[in-house]
Design a protein around this ligand. Structure first.
Ligand code: GLP
Length: 263
């Protein structure tokens, strides 16, 4: 696992955006580059930087197909807290050459959630899998909506959200945890770890425990992010504040080893 420690949130986002752009630009296969994407506050700076590069002609999304991680069950596209709305508002609407047909987001209004999730897995497979999955992390270590004790082998499916997650996410729903949908559709931990590369953004002091568990904890379904330890192409991009609970040895190791790494 690589852990790339940056001074602050802006630098973390620039690093991640540069990494993603280089992967897309260097993709020479005659199939599209398949990019997995998250919502949440963590990736917003990355989306801004990718959109800037796209407008400046430094990066094209013509040959990119995207799959989002998750979506609340029961929220229509036009609801300003649906992840469909978030993705268009924060990213897709700012790109000059993204083909809407290449955007894949689970449909939270489906009347057949299980079928919707099975079709999503099939569609990912039809492109030959995901090249790079960018993600965020919950304070309890969830990736996508894979809450603690979700199987590390899980696939795309319906998830019940924990009270903790509904409380944390209530900041977007008038601070009312009951207003946060109780269920979501989400890619599985196994769906994420099947990707060729996984890039997880972890920033802020409130994610320090989750970062420490991801990097130094045991592999456990209690911290679903810890599954990344079993992945051969996992990168954590983080800021200094998120490192507060790493051991000094681990912190120094990653700073030292990254001096020798190149993008
Ligand atoms: C939600 C999403 C996750 C995301 C997490 C963290 O629960 N389902 O995919 O990683 O929030 O969000 P933030 O980046 O705002 O802390």
């Amino acid at each position: 696992m690589r852990v790339v420690i940056q001074d602050n949130y802006d630098k973390m986002c620039k690093w991640a955006a540069n990494y993603i752009a280089a992967k897309i630009n260097n993709h020479k296969e005659d199939r599209p580059f398949v990019l997995g994407l998250p919502t949440g506050s963590s990736p917003i700076g990355v989306y801004k930087e990718l959109a800037r590069m796209n407008k400046a002609g430094e990066l094209s999304f013509k040959n990119v197909v995207t799959f989002n991680m998750d979506e609340y069950l029961g929220l229509p596209h036009e609801h300003d807290q649906s992840y469909w709305y978030f993705m268009h508002d924060n990213f897709f609407d700012h790109l000059v050459d993204m083909d809407p047909a290449n955007i894949n987001i689970l449909n939270g209004m489906t009347d057949d959630p299980e079928g919707e999730c099975a079709r999503y897995e099939e569609k990912i497979a039809s492109y030959g899998g995901i090249d790079l999955f960018m993600g965020g992390i919950g304070v309890d270590g969830h990736i996508a909506f894979n809450e603690p004790f979700t199987s590390l082998a899980s696939r795309t499916g319906v998830r019940n959200l924990t009270t903790d997650t509904r409380i944390v996410n209530s900041r977007f729903f008038g601070n009312d945890p009951e207003a946060v949908p109780a269920q979501a559709l989400s890619v599985g931990v196994g769906t994420v770890t099947d990707s060729k590369e996984v890039l997880i953004l972890i920033n802020g002091h409130n994610k320090a425990k989750a970062l420490a568990e991801t990097v130094e904890g045991s592999v456990s379904h209690k911290w679903t992010c810890s599954a990344l330890q079993m992945h051969n192409g996992a990168i954590i991009a983080c800021d200094e504040a998120a490192c507060d609970e790493l051991t000094v040895g681990a912190y120094k190791y990653f700073l030292d080893i990254e001096k020798k790494e190149r993008l």
